[in-house]
Design a protein around this ligand. Structure first.
Ligand code: NAD
Length: 258
């Protein structure tokens, strides 16, 4: 493990464009469960209930969706960035982050200090709610207050349209600009680092493949196996927070920043 940490730190120092790509595994150490691990969200809810098509067609699915989303939001709202988030923010601060592509919707990168220009939120954000008809954007907290007062599937107060957290559900279109930009950055980078993702959700999981095919080195930091392990240059299995913070500490030593 130590050798690999040192090698990745050198690769970051020498790289021109470092892209970091993260999934739910980065935030489990902040107390937010991922979807697929034991005890994760899919142990409690049926993914079928969360298809976008069901959300727009069935009141019962909307109510279940809001129930799950409320439970997740409660854990996200109070969560604090862990040392993994802080290490990625530090990469930006020392000028070694081209961009951060995140599948997470918890807003923790911003609490850690990353700037909005560097972060591409591929699956949207749970910090806002949008009307699916008139696209009015709401702060999340006031809508949660309405849920607490008994509304089960809230509607837009302007047009009566369906309100949904500003996150991307299965079957819902990905945000156009963010997705195109993430592809572009993946293709142009020379070092692509995956942290805390099983790499099974597409199209996001295609980004490491694109980076590797375009000549970048691929590093994967994850507790368990991923779908791209076979093409990685280095795999570090273990705690995301511990590993990426150790790498960044070592990097700062090499760059004389400690
Ligand atoms: P996933 O659930 O498919 O995979 C998470 C991966 O992280 C697993 O392979 C697991 O082994 C690994 N992991 C868990 N804890 C870890 C730790 N402490 N250190 C290292 N690795 C760890 O998650 P995914 O691939 O990101 O995709 C699920 C989707 O769910 C994403 O699209 C995301 O939008 C959404 N989601 C987001 C959050 C969040 O914002 N925090 C939480 C749950 C789900």
């Amino acid at each position: 493990m130590e050798d690999k940490i040192e090698t990745v730190a050198r690769w970051i120092r020498d790289a021109k464009r470092v892209v970091v790509f993260v999934g739910a595994g980065l935030s489990t150490e902040s107390g937010i469960p991922d979807f697929r691990s034991p005890g994760g969200v899919w142990d409690k809810y049926d993914p079928e209930d969360f298809y976008f098509q069901n959300f727009i067609t069935k009141e019962s699915s909307r109510e279940k969706y809001w129930q799950m989303a409320t439970e997740m939001y409660d854990s996200m709202k109070e969560a604090k960035p862990n040392k993994g988030h802080l290490a990625i923010a530090e990469l930006e601060r020392i000028g070694k982050l081209d961009c951060l592509i995140t599948q997470n919707i918890d807003g923790l990168h911003f609490k850690a200090g990353n700037s909005p220009e560097k972060v591409l939120e591929l699956h949207g954000t749970a910090m806002y709610v949008t009307c699916l008809s008139c696209h009015k954007r709401y702060e999340r907290d006031p809508v949660q207050e309405r849920i607490k007062s008994g509304e089960r599937a809230p509607r837009c107060d302007v047009c009566g349209g369906l309100l949904k957290p500003a996150t991307i559900s299965f079957g819902q279109s990905m945000p156009e600009w963010e997705t195109a930009e993430a592809y572009r950055r993946s293709e142009a980078c020379d070092l692509f680092i995956v942290i805390g993702s099983s790499l099974v959700v597409h199209p996001a999981a295609y980004m490491p493949v694109l980076a590797k095919r375009s000549g970048a080195k691929l590093v994967i930091i994850n507790r368990d196996e991923t779908s791209c392990d076979y093409m990685a240059d280095i795999i570090l299995n273990g705690s995301a927070g511990f590993i990426i913070s150790s790498i960044v500490e070592r990097l700062k030593g090499f760059m004389d920043l400690t």
